[in-house]
Ligand binder design. Structure first.
Ligand SMILES: [Zn+2]
Length: 481
């Protein structure tokens, strides 16, 4: 049902608006990083490339992507950088790709940061005693043994903290900015709200606070805390930082609004150890005409240390694997090389994406496509060029052939969407593409214990794999200039 909200009939007015939009992109210097214009690139009447149709039918008829996700999530589980599970996941992926007949599957070494959570807890001490639901944030430092006991200062954001700077000294600051509900026009609002998670510890430290708490970055909550990365220099944040559930952020805010002082005891053992050995997984089908031209499709193999990393990003991993397996099974050899890369350490360092770029930047890459928005129904293709003109040119390239695909899948062009792991290639002008999926529920599960395989629909995941396969094929056959 939600899926339909973003899929609109392709009317004459839409065609006209789409052309107008493309013209505007081509002529303006406007930056559209957050743009999610409702542009449905579809035309049910255009003829479909029979090879794309064959790929689509084969991939959507199979539940192999879902079976792979079950193996990754149930047999291995979550996969934090530096963990034994992440090593197991890389070995599993190589084995699974080889079992699908892709003999080139291999590991490439990458050193990754190794952050460990340890034991952690948060107790409300005053006005009454009760445990609070929390998850330390990645990169956090530990509290002193025995914990930090301090009064809580509730602020909405950095702007409010600045106006109440004198009150922050010696306190634990709670950043309580709510994430807006997802809408088809504006997406999730994650980009704005996540700032408190990324910078909260630094902001609190700069104002003399002893620790930071952050309202979980989600619009929906069932008392589920959401972890995630923080920006920090060296080993760990300047003060300890943890996410708390939306419900408990609201509770502390209600006490504050009534003028009732709250005191909490925060105990965390979080710390960073020496960097650890890890791997990207790389596998390819060699191109028949231009084997030196490379199209990358991928996702990231690591996850946070809670849940199963099913949507984030087990789904992207198995979709990319299954896309390549589908081409292999159909005996299709692309003109250009199609390479799967499963990146390590996306969540807390991007070491995999950076290492892949350093190791392969001398090779001619034609395009890169990443899936890292969950395994929901595909609704669009993100296009991201080196600059605005590059992005507009990619949108102009993608629009017509996405229209031609409309009889099998309706995908919008979404300017500005790519992927974190593939972003280093933008500096060389290599186009980035992103698989855009129905985004309504993603941030309900994102970085929580609830990101498990049961939240992924097998048919929607198969459509992700199919979309990656047809986009990869198109890029390898008829790439943008
Ligand atoms: Zn991710």
């Amino acid at each position: 049902m939600a899926e339909n909200s973003r899929r609109r009939k392709w009317t004459t007015r839409h065609v006209w608006l789409y052309r107008l939009f493309l013209a505007a992109l081509l002529s303006s210097g406007h930056l559209f990083s957050a743009c999610r214009a409702e542009l449905v690139a579809s035309a049910a009447t255009a003829p479909i490339d029979p090879v794309l149709q064959r790929i689509w039918q084969s991939a959507t008829a199979s539940d192999a992507a879902y079976q792979k996700l079950i193996e990754l999530c149930d047999d291995i589980g979550h996969r934090l950088s530096g963990s034994p599970q992440l090593d197991l996941a890389a070995a599993w992926a190589v084995k699974a790709l080889r079992q699908d007949g892709i003999a080139t599957a291999r590991l490439e070494p990458v050193m990754v940061p190794k952050w460990l959570r340890g034991k952690e807890s948060l107790q409300l001490v005053a006005p009454r005693a009760m445990p609070l639901v929390m998850l330390g944030l990645g990169g956090s430092t530990a509290t002193p043994v025995g914990g930090l006991k301090a009064e809580v200062l509730v602020v909405r954001d950095l702007a409010e903290l600045k106006t109440r700077a004198a009150a922050a000294k010696g306190k634990i600051v709670l950043f309580n900015q709510a994430m807006p509900a997802w809408t088809p026009q504006h997406g999730s609002g994650y980009g704005d709200t996540v700032q408190q998670r990324v910078h909260g510890a630094q902001w609190a430290f700069e104002h003399g606070a002893v620790a930071a708490l952050v309202r979980s970055v989600t619009a929906q909550s069932l008392s589920t805390p959401h972890t995630g990365g923080t920006r920090h220099q060296g080993r760990g944040t300047p003060v300890p930082v943890a996410a708390i559930s939306v419900e408990h952020a609201e509770l502390l805010a209600r006490f504050a609004a009534r003028g009732i002082k709250t005191e909490v005891l925060l105990q965390m053992e979080a710390h960073e150890e020496e960097p650890a050995a890890s791997h990207n997984v790389v596998a390819e089908l060699i191109g028949s005409e231009h084997p030196g031209d490379i199209v990358v499709i991928g996702g990231h193999l690591d996850s946070w240390d809670v849940g199963q990393g099913a949507h984030d990003d087990g789904a992207g991993v198995v979709a990319a694997m299954q896309a390549l397996a589908t081409l292999q099974r159909l005996g299709l050899q692309p003109k250009r090389t199609i390479r799967v890369v499963l990146f390590t350490n996306e969540e807390n360092g991007l070491a995999g994406g950076k290492a892949y770029f350093e190791a392969h930047k001398a090779e001619r890459h034609v395009a890169l496509l990443e899936a890292d928005s969950g395994g929901f129904a595909p609704v669009g293709l993100g296009v991201h060029g080196k600059d605005d003109a590059g992005t507009a040119a990619l949108a102009a390239w993608a629009g017509p052939w996405l229209q031609a695909l409309a009889a099998i899948v309706q995908l919008q062009v979404v300017p500005g969407e790519g992927g974190a792991d593939i972003s280093p290639w933008l500096q060389l002008g290599v186009p980035n593409f992103g698989l855009v999926v129905q985004g309504e529920k993603y941030f309900d599960y994102h970085h929580t214990a609830a990101d498990t395989v049961d939240k992924v629909d097998a048919k929607e995941l198969a459509r992700c794999a199919a979309t990656m396969a047809v986009v990869a094929w198109q890029l390898a056959e008829r790439p943008p200039d």
